[in-house]
Design a binder for this molecule. Structure first.
Ligand code: SF4
Length: 371
């Protein structure tokens, strides 16, 4: 049965397969408690609220007896570190340039469970990053790879570029071989060294508050000043710690073409992105996972990147956003102008626009450390 399940998964386009019991070790549970009590999850309240579910898959579904873990490659030959050098283009994380992975993977999981139900009966629940499931430690138990010092999963066959999904079933399927892979990071610290914000505070420990992926995707507030210049031209996520990992030498081009960029998201001019209104934002990104952050947060990120571009020609465009309806956008427009413009000109604009501003945070952007 195990082999047949694996063959089916591979025939549906998954690249790796494993199966394990729905148990998490004490050290995994402790690490999660430390992570949450130290507030390293930032504003992701859903992590804190569902900590018991994360720690115990049986709380999520009491009938679960086995967890099938699947990995799927999304590498299409991208070189994130090279793309970051073009400051006038916005950098979008590799995983989000194709069709929304939730949709692509869910379809495959449904086909898998329909087939398995017909053949073996049983009940199933499918998860792709959508429920309080500790996918990475479970994948380690199932033998898909190890959690590197950057805390992401690394596969000896795929490197760093793959998605994880899991299927809970009440069937008892056991893999008698222990496929758990030992840690192969060795003395390497490349991911720790490259992180622009030092978010990997020690090997295997990530402070999400500092992580550019968190700041540009999950974080709903004004991006703290101390991280803005470090964000560079990253407007949605960051791939640095994955891209630098030497295990990527084993990465192969993905078979699943739905993860390839839908349109050229490797070369998006910042000025062009700046003018996306709600409708055009939704239209441009409707098939991707980028849509979930909404136009205001996206434009906030674009403005941070413009502030880091050194492109003085874009100031006139940015001025238009000083009166935007969103305080997130107005605040970052002010910051971006301050970054790229002459200080006399900045003060001129401040005198002109400040009377229109009522939001305290945005007002503080006009004054913070600019005197
Ligand atoms: S970059 Fe080095 S330390 Fe970081 S995850 Fe990869 S192998 Fe491990």
């Amino acid at each position: 049965m195990l082999k047949e399940l694996e063959y089916k998964a591979i025939s549906l386009g998954f690249d790796c397969f494993g199966i394990t019991k729905p148990n998490l070790s004490e050290s995994v549970r402790n690490n999660l408690s430390i992570f949450v009590s130290a507030k390293m999850h930032g504003d992701m309240q859903w992590i804190e609220d569902k900590i018991d579910f994360r720690n115990n898959p049986r709380m999520l579904w009491p009938e679960v007896n086995s967890v099938i873990v699947l990995g799927i490659n999304y590498f299409y030959g991208q070189d994130p570190l090279y793309e970051l050098t073009n400051k006038r283009n916005g950098y979008i994380s590799s995983y989000s340039r194709g069709l929304d992975y939730h949709d692509v993977i869910k379809k495959k999981l449904k086909l898998f469970t329909e087939w398995s139900y017909k053949k073996y009966g049983g009940k199933y629940k499918i998860f792709v990053d959508t429920a309080p499931v500790m996918e990475k430690p479970i994948a380690v138990e199932a033998g898909l790879g190890w959690q590197g010092k950057h805390t992401n999963l690394i596969s000896k066959q795929l490197g760093n570029w793959f998605f994880l999904a899991s299927i809970f079933t009440n069937l008892s399927v056991q893999d008698k071989k222990n496929r758990k892979i030992k840690d192969h990071c060795g003395s390497c610290t490349s991911c720790i060294n490259i992180c622009p914000t030092n978010a990997i505070i020690e090997p295997y420990k990530l402070d999400a508050n500092k992580c550019i992926s968190y700041l540009t995707i999950e974080y709903k507030q004004h991006i703290p000043v101390k991280y803005r210049t470090k964000i560079g031209n990253r407007i949605y996520g960051c791939d640095d710690c994955l891209a630098v990992c030497p295990w990527n030498k084993f990465a192969k081009i993905a078979n699943e073409s739905n993860f390839f960029p839908l349109f050229d998201l490797t070369k998006r001019d910042l000025r062009e992105l700046l003018y996306l209104d709600d409708h055009n934002f939704r239209e441009l990104f409707r098939k991707t996972s980028i849509k979930r952050i909404g136009r205001d947060r996206f434009i906030r990120n674009v403005l941070v990147a413009i502030g880091n571009s050194g492109d003085v020609d874009v100031i006139k465009d940015v001025e238009f956003f000083i009166l935007d309806k969103s305080p997130l956008v107005r605040a970052m427009a002010i910051w971006a102008i301050f970054q790229v413009s002459d200080k006399k000109y900045f003060k001129l604009l401040r005198n002109q626009y400040i009377k229109h501003e009522k939001d305290l945070w945005v007002l503080s952007e006009w004054f913070r450390s600019y005197e």
